[in-house]
Design a protein around this ligand. Structure first.
Ligand code: ADP
Ligand code: MG
Length: 212
């Protein structure tokens, strides 16, 4: 199975719809350990992204992802804008001028995205951030792919690990971002960014399930 540029557009549209639908939930999570803007931030960004998609509909996957990245960097306030923006930009750079991606290309794009987030946020795993969901998700996807699972099965395994990673942020002490200002009081709350990352991974799987 290959992922086409059209599938990537569908994925972005699905992320935008999910973010809108889950905006209040994400903001509610951010109100516990942040400043109550995560859902609003992402919704503003992806609503603008939707207006840019017609302009890249016939472009390669790298161009589509880079447009998403630059739009997020310039329209999403807060930490998550530059972080997700960098993730999409790096994924776009890794993808280049391809119109189709196989499993190895997808994994390489996701790894580039994760490296971009870590470089920009100076974060490592275990600090109660989005990378605590993204990192384990990519590891599991990669392992399942190497073990011979087809792409959709490997993505399902990846999503389960991503969800477990998201849930594992609840008992963590935040040492990066706004939540770190709370110190011990950040413990006991699910990280908003890990949650939005899981929702994006879920959207990715749903698109892949629709194309097999
Ligand atoms: P802000 O914290 O500036 O209000 P958002 O509320 O939009 O921005 O996003 C908060 C999320 O960003 C957190 O839940 C966390 O997952 C993520 N985050 C914050 N700082 C970092 C960082 N340095 N590295 C990785 N992720 C981070
Ligand atoms: Mg916030």
């Amino acid at each position: 199975m290959h992922i086409t540029a059209e599938h990537v557009i569908t994925f972005i549209e699905r992320v935008a719809a999910t973010v809108k639908e889950q905006r209040d939930y994400l903001t509610q999570l951010d109100s516990a350990i942040g400043d109550s803007d995560h859902g609003v931030n992402l919704d503003r960004g992806f609503t603008t992204v939707l207006t840019k998609l017609p302009g890249v509909a016939d472009k390669d996957i790298g161009a589509i992802l880079k447009t998403v990245g630059t739009t997020l960097v310039s329209t999403v306030g807060g930490a998550s804008g530059p972080l997700y923006g960098t993730a999409f930009l790096r994924a776009g750079m890794a993808t280049g001028d391809r119109f189709e991606l196989g499993p190895a290309d997808l994994i390489a794009a996701l790894e580039a995205a994760l490296e971009g987030i870590q470089a920009r946020g100076k974060s490592t795993r275990g600090e109660k951030t989005m990378i605590d969901a993204i990192g384990p998700g990519i590891d599991a996807l990669k392992e399942a792919n190497a073990a011979g699972e087809d792409l959709v099965s490997a993505m399902r395994i990846g999503l389960a690990a991503c969800e477990a990673g998201m849930q594992a942020t609840i008992p963590m002490l935040a040492t990066k971002g706004r939540a770190s200002y709370l110190g011990e009081r950040s413990i006991g709350h699910q990280d908003p960014g890990a949650t939005s990352a899981f929702l994006m991974a879920k959207a990715m799987l749903e698109v892949a399930e629709g194309i097999v």
